[in-house]
Design a protein around this ligand. Structure first.
Ligand code: VG1
Ligand code: CO
Length: 544
């Protein structure tokens, strides 16, 4: 095998965001763009020579090409062994699972997650460490620094590796193992959940569900686990074949992008349970018949009911949520007598807490839920957790959630996204808020009083690294909260996220529509920050 060393010059824009490097396909398709980034990743791997890596992607456009580039570059850079998913496919959680089970040194997921795919869509590269989790900031910053100084990359001159069948192959000295993308992940799920009870539920005539894979990576996983192993009727999984453009939709499991599933769950033929996952399989949306479960409620409810699930019967060490996620989880933690950590947005911040055994369950408002079983959020895991609860409690989804609200109170919650806005205007909006924090404390707006205002910063209790500037928080005197934050995963313009939360302890007032219950708060958030005026938008582009 001949190794070529190819001269290159740096691209200036290869700083990973909240979750890897995400750009338009056209950006990734520029000469040497992907190669520069992959060489930078390989250069900062602590133990590159003879290392074992796990490699896969969500099947989006450019996946096939990029996976061959990564394999050839890994071989040229002395990597010892690569486990790659058959067909180049691996969900993000399955990658995490394989890294851990094979004690690999890290992994690479080719995905832009819930962002649209296809030739005009997005592509991305996520890098994971030896614990199976997203690379921590010091690693992504090292990759970025390297990408700005790069002068050459190494690549093997070789034929493409056949990935359509499981088995062993070689590229020079490097061993390649093409693995079934589903098998080890499915085995892990069988150890965590009561598959007999779930199978009983799915096979009974009185229960029906629909799982929407959104033409993305969870199709093969859901077909194997839900239909083959658990015996759900054929057709339970819809859109189960991964497509390079996800059928033209953003594979984002929320009420906007998973419209068809939502319409089905609210329609005349509505089944009892509905769920969807995102492009790379780490997000989940949970629906009951005519009922939407807010992700912030979902993680709180899983924590409160974890004792019903075999893998969590021993109890929870602690829990964690990202800062903008509602405080529903905090109330459950209080009741359970365990700690609830509050971290910045992005799964990488849960890694140390999980590794140190400080937490067992964690979640984000952005449809992400997970646990210590691996180091990524895990969409199908959340779906199976819910199915296990439904089997154990024999109650409809809506009834379970309402009972939870009665016990713990309801946190009305919504996120309003202003996507693709002018970056400078968005930056200025948050900078101005930051500059006004002192004035905002104690300020009165009509009936509302701002009790506290700050810019969230976090010190990791394990390695004591700090992350600052993680979002502007306004706490109102009546207990409501508004958070403003700029997205770190977009590829065009900037996205302002406004997170709204209001607590309602009184059961007779817990059944309102969330948008109605939060309308005043949304107006206040606009009034304080001047969103409409500054961004030139009348309304958010996505409401979840
Ligand atoms: C978004 C979400 C965040 C999530 C991240 C990656 O980040 O808000 O909670 O962890 O996406 O998810 P941001 O910076 O755009 O708000 V995934 O499924 O795209 O890996
Ligand atoms: Co994702």
């Amino acid at each position: 095998m001949r190794i070529r060393e190819i001269e290159t010059t740096p691209y200036e824009d290869q700083r990973p965001g909240t979750s890897g490097l995400r750009k338009r396909v056209a950006t990734f398709a520029q000469p040497r763009y992907l190669e520069n980034f992959i060489q930078s990743v390989l250069d900062v791997l602590p133990e590159r020579d003879g290392a074992t890596l796990v490699l896969g992607g969500d099947g989006r456009y450019h996946n096939d090409h990029a996976i061959q580039v990564v394999l050839k570059m890994a071989a040229a850079n002395g990597v010892g062994r690569v486990l790659v998913g058959r067909g180049g496919l691996l969900s993000t959680p399955a990658t995490s699972c394989l890294i851990r089970r094979h004690s690999a040194d890290g992994g690479i997921v080719l995905s832009a997650s819930h962002n649209p795919g296809g030739p005009h869509g997005d592509f991305g590269v996520k890098v994971n460490g030896p614990n199976g989790g997203p690379a921590p900031e010091r690693l992504t910053e090292a990759i970025y620094a390297r990408s700005r100084a790069i002068t050459s990359y190494r690549i093997a001159e070789a034929q493409d590796v056949a990935l359509d069948r499981t088995g062993e192959a070689r590229l020079g000295k490097m061993a390649i193992e093409v693995v079934d993308p589903v098998a080890e992940y499915a085995a892990l799920m069988e150890r965590l959940f009561d598959f007999d009870a779930i199978a009983g539920l799915l096979r009974s005539t009185s229960f029906r569900m629909r799982f929407d894979a959104m033409h993305a990576v969870t199709g093969p996983y859901a077909l194997e686990i839900l239909e083959r192993r658990l015996g759900a009727p054929p057709g339970t999984v819809v859109n189960g074949t991964p497509l390079p453009d996800f059928g033209g939709e953003a594979p984002d499991p929320n009420r906007v992008h998973a419209r068809a599933l939502v319409a089905h769950l609210y329609g005349p033929q509505a089944p009892d349970f509905g769920a969807a996952c995102d492009g790379d399989g780490d997000r989940n949306m949970i629906l009951g018949r005519c009922f939407f479960v807010s992700p912030s409620d979902s993680v709180a409810l899983l924590a409160a009911n974890a004792h019903l699930v075999p893998g969590y019967r021993a109890g929870l060490a602690g829990v964690a949520r990202s800062m903008p996620t509602s405080r529903a989880l905090d109330r459950v933690a209080e009741r359970l007598g365990i700690r609830c950590y509050e971290t910045p947005t992005g799964w990488k911040h849960f890694g140390n807490l999980l590794d140190a055994g400080l937490i067992t369950l964690c979640g984000e408002e952005s449809f992400g839920t997970g646990s210590s079983h691996l180091r990524e959020k895990d969409g199908l895991w959340a779906v199976l957790f819910w199915l296990n609860l439904l089997a154990a409690r024999c109650e409809p989804v809506a009834q379970i959630v309402r009972a939870h609200w009665r016990t713990f109170g309801r946190h009305y919650y919504s996120r309003h996204d202003y996507e693709g806005v002018e970056p400078q205007a968005a930056r200025r909006l948050t900078e101005d808020l930051r500059a006004r924090l002192g004035d905002l404390r104690g300020a009165r707006f009509g009936e509302d009083v701002v009790r506290e205002a700050d810019d969230f910063s976090y010190t990791d209790p394990v390695d004591h690294t700090t992350a600052s500037g993680q979002g502007i928080r306004l706490f109102l005197a009546d207990g409501a909260r508004v958070v403003y934050r700029l997205s770190g995963t977009g590829t065009e313009g900037a996205t302002l996220r406004v997170y709204l939360e209001r607590f309602e302890p009184e059961p007779s007032r817990q059944d309102a529509d969330a948008q109605e219950a939060l309308a005043d708060l949304a107006r206040l958030a606009d009034e304080i920050a001047g969103i409409r005026a500054r961004l030139g938008r009348e309304a958010p582009s996505v409401v979840t």
